[in-house]
Write a protein that binds this ligand. Structure first.
Ligand code: CMC
Length: 393
């Protein structure tokens, strides 16, 4: 049956060559196309980072303007899609709506079936980056019973997203620049992370030549789980369950107990074994946002910081190299911004879409690319003869 390596969870399998994102898990380094995440989060903006991830270089002014024009050209969703939303129950989890609606886009853009054509791939990629905030905001508005909002192309990507989430037709909506900047930083931090579960899912789905909208829907499904993008929502639920600082030891004990499936959400990472550089930026951003909003002594932030302090001094977490990851602080910022918990992972998906499409394009262009097809160690029954149901005991 041929030779292969048994590698559950692909912990030691390199599945592709990539020029997009570099991670050094021991040193806590994360680079997009060579640029440190800290510098991008401080100095760049999300549109520029999208350009960088997709094209490989930072744009000049003209290139950036052209790219923004192309993205804004595609921000609206087909009116027919609005009927699709209305088929969901009002209380649907927005990630369920995202899986369905993004997958359904493949029924709208038939030109995207020709993925061998770079122009078609580019159009599909821009449509995805551009429409994700609109779809995300519409999922939220549907759950709230609010009228759907059309995108505003005079605003930046993050401003427009906040506008589509929170504006209401009865009054003028003024975007808070502090919140828009925080949103942009969060989007940058989540934009790509090399071959994580959802990106590998997108690559595997795409390796068969599937429609890009369907591939990104597959990525969204993978991101949803609490071990991956769903962790930001899980962190907040966990902090709310813990409630007060005096309950922290109880939860730390549960996380250490092998007979208890509970894990400290927002802690640990497959690759980062020293610290997650995104968590550092996110921690600072959480403080900045709460300061700017005039929230002093936010009990949730206090609780998170105390939990982090206790865990980082605990032998179990130290010996297993479990540090706070990007999701540990992001929920606190989202909550302060008024974003409901069920939308946290959706925001992650909005940000990660650019990484998914960049990785998908890189895969299609890779001459070494083959259909993703892992092998298995078969441990089931040997050959046996069929037994008629009447004769089974
Ligand atoms: N709390 C308690 N114990 C943990 C945790 C945790 N959060 N994470 C890992 N461990 C233990 C685990 O029980 C195992 O112990 P042992 O070796 O005794 O069996 C050891 O640490 C190694 O864990 P693993 O599950 O083999 O490691 P992994 O690389 O497969 O998993 C992870 C990485 C991120 C899935 C995991 O750390 C986890 O479940 N963390 C909580 C969920 C979370 O915060 N996810 C977000 C990840 S970052 C953003 C993203 O990817 O979306």
């Amino acid at each position: 049956t041929g030779h292969f390596t048994y590698d559950p969870g692909f912990t030691s399998t390199g599945s592709c060559e990539s020029k997009i994102t570099f991670i050094d898990g021991d040193k806590g380094v994360l680079l997009y196309r060579g640029y440190p995440i800290e510098q991008l989060a401080e100095k760049s903006d999300f549109m520029e980072v999208c350009y960088l991830l997709v094209y490989g270089e930072l744009p000049d002014r003209g290139e950036l303007d052209k790219f923004k024009y192309r993205i804004t050209y595609h921000t609206m969703i087909h009116e027919q899609i609005n009927y699709f939303f209305r088929g969901f129950r009002r209380d649907s989890h927005p990630m369920a709506i995202m899986c369905g609606v993004v997958g359904a886009l493949s029924a709208f853009y038939h030109d995207s079936t020709d993925i061998s054509d770079p122009v078609h791939r580019f159009v599909a990629s821009t449509r995805l980056i551009a429409k994700m905030p609109t779809i995300a905001a519409t999922a939220y508005r549907y759950s709230m019973g609010m009228p759907f909002a059309y995108p505003r192309n005079d605003l930046s990507f993050s401003e427009n997203f906040l506008y589509m989430m929170f504006s209401n037709p009865c009054e003028e909506y003024v975007v808070n620049p502090v919140l828009a900047r925080a949103m942009d930083r969060i989007l940058i931090l989540h934009a790509d992370h090399e071959q994580n579960a959802s990106t590998s899912t997108v690559r595997i789905a795409g390796s068969s030549g599937a429609n890009p909208f369907a591939c990104i829907a597959a990525g969204i499904a993978s991101l949803w789980g609490p071990a991956h993008g769903g962790a930001n929502e899980a962190v907040l639920s966990m902090l709310e369950h813990i409630g007060t600082k005096d309950h922290i030891p109880e939860y730390i004990a549960r996380a250490k107990d092998k007979n208890d499936p509970f894990r400290l959400m927002g802690f640990g990472h497959r690759v980062y074994k020293n610290f997650d550089p995104r968590a550092r930026v996110m921690r600072q951003a959480a403080h900045d946002v709460l300061d700017e909003l005039g929230v002093r002594d936010d009990p949730l932030l206090d609780l998170a910081m105390e939990l982090e302090r206790i865990a980082l001094e605990d032998d179990y977490f130290v010996s297993k190299k479990l540090y706070p990851n990007v999701d540990f602080y992001s929920g606190i910022i989202f909550k302060a911004m008024g974003i409901p918990t069920s939308m946290f992972t959706v925001l992650f998906a909005v940000a990660r879409t650019v990484g998914w499409v960049a990785q998908w394009n890189e895969m299609i262009e890779d001459p070494m690319q083959k259909i993703g097809r892992p092998r298995q160690l078969f441990t089931g029954s040997g050959p046996r003869d069929y037994v008629d149901i009447a004769a089974r005991g």
